[in-house]
Structure formats: structure tokens, C-alpha cells
Ligand binder design. Sequence first.
Ligand SMILES: Nc1ncnc2c1ncn2[C@@H]1O[C@H](COP(=O)(O)OP(=O)(O)OP(=O)(O)O)[C@@H](O)[C@H]1O
Ligand SMILES: [Mg+2]
Length: 275
Amino acid sequence: MGKPILEVEELTFKYDKRLEEETLSAVSFTVNKGEWLAIIGDNGSGKSTLAKLLVGLLEPQKGRICIAGTELTDDSKWEVRRHIGLVFQNPDNQFIGTTVQDDVAFGLENVNMSYEEMVPRVNEALRMVEMSAFCEHDPSRLSGGQKQRVAIAGILALKPSIIVLDESLVMLDPKSRRELLSTLNQLKHKESLTIISITHDMNEAAVSDRIMMMKSGRVLKSGPPAQIFIEEQQLEPPFVERLKRELENKGKEVPKAYTTEEEMVKWLCKSCLMV
Ligand SMILES: Nc1ncnc2c1ncn2[C@@H]1O[C@H](COP(=O)(O)OP(=O)(O)OP(=O)(O)O)[C@@H](O)[C@H]1O
Ligand SMILES: [Mg+2]
């Protein structure tokens, strides 16, 4: 794992300056290059606000954001934005192109990419989200999950160093979600893509390197998924963790560390053989 690609220091923000209560209060954290950070927290805890600040759509009242060594300011905004892409919570009204492929190409046209370079980029991005068959379709007529996939393709085509996914997989069916998580994981390993996924889905949070928990505009804690799921018993943990708790309740000894489904299957097969 590399050095920090994102540094957030004492970030403070409120939508209405007249109000005393801050939407975000002194939020500080760093994310390393090639790291996958999941951000979790209750509705209204400030996750989407943080995402918008990270890409320069909102301006902080206090604190600073550094992306790839450059501080995000009014002047640097356009340059810094090349490094970071945000997929919004709601894919509706995000579409500009009249076809899916035009829409994915839009961001590339904005950076003046040549047509020859653009075509393979668009095709590759649509392939990654399994939407190649829809390239000529009207994006406004797609299903919710298909719209989300096209929105993700639009960001992936730009090849950002950091991708921020704000609940971008919620409308995906379970199989598509698993496949997309696996594609993201491959990009993380092959291209050192840094991923920030904001999610209420603990299975999605479980595949991250680190979970950051937010509460009322503050960072409550952060740590590896194993630690967070063990410490925060009120979270609805992924299936494997629930299975382990049930086995423990029945008096069985189970692995203490966080285990993936695959590891758990191996462990169960081994312990069955020992009975
Ligand atoms: N445009 C806005 N103007 C004023 N207040 C806003 C605006 N957007 C969000 N808020 C308020 O800021 C707070 C944080 O909202 P935010 O959308 O960041 O939460 P969130 O953690 O993303 O929640 P969720 O899990 O529901 O998506 C909430 O109290 C919300 O009402
Ligand atoms: Mg939100």
C-alpha cells in the first residue's frame, strides 16, 4: 500500500452559515493510494456532504483537502478534479448524452480526448460494468440499476486515481453487485485505483481495507472490517459474521478474526472432517 493520495484535515462545513450546528465538524482522515475505504454511518451523518466536498462541489468553511499532493482550492479545482471522480447517490438527471456511449464519452470530450483514444476507453468502461449491449440505448430509458452502471462507466472511463461511490451499487441486483465489486477490486490491484465507497451495505463495507464510521458529522472511528464488526455489535454484519455468532451461541469455537465466505467454507469443511 502506497502513500496518502487523499489527506483531509479538520474539515468543517455547514449548509446554512447562520445555523450553529455544523454538518461536518473537524473531519480528518487520510487514504493511501490503492486503498479501499468504506464510509458508513446513519442517514444524515454527513457522508454525501463529505463526498461533494472531496470533489470540490461544495467549499469547506474550515480545514483542507489535499489530493495527490495538491490542495483543493478554487484555483486548483479543475486540475485536482482530474484525479477524483464521484458517482452520485441518485443516477437520475445525471445523463447528458442521447445514447449510453455518448454519455460515457461526455467526460472524455470535456478533457479534449481524441476520437481514436476515446472509442476504446468508452468500450472498455462499458464492458467493465457489463453494459456494452446497451451502447446505442437512450440512457433515460434504462432501469435504475442500469443507470447506475452507466454512471459508474462514465467515471471509470476517465481513469481517475480515486473513485468515490456514494451508495452507487444499491440498485444493482446481487450478482451484478458482486461482479462490480470484484471488477473494482481488480482495478485496485492492477491500477492502484483508490476507492472510497459510501454504503449502508455491510457486505460492501466488508470487502474494503478499512471502514470509517461517521456519526453526526464526525468521524466516530475507523479500522479494518474485522475490528469494526466485532466492536460495533449493533451493525448488521455480513452473513459470515452472523453465522459465526450463531455457531458461538451453540458453544462452537469459531475463528476470531474476520473471515470471508470462502475462508469460512474452508474452515467449516476442515472442522467437519475433525468431528
Ligand atoms: N443541500 C442541502 N441543504 C441543506 N441541508 C442539507 C443539504 N444536503 C444535506 N443537508 C443536511 O446535511 C446533513 C447531512 O446530509 P448528507 O446528505 O451528507 O447525509 P448522508 O450521511 O449522506 O445521509 P444518507 O445516508 O441518508 O445518504 C443532513 O442533516 C441533511 O439534512
Ligand atoms: Mg448520502
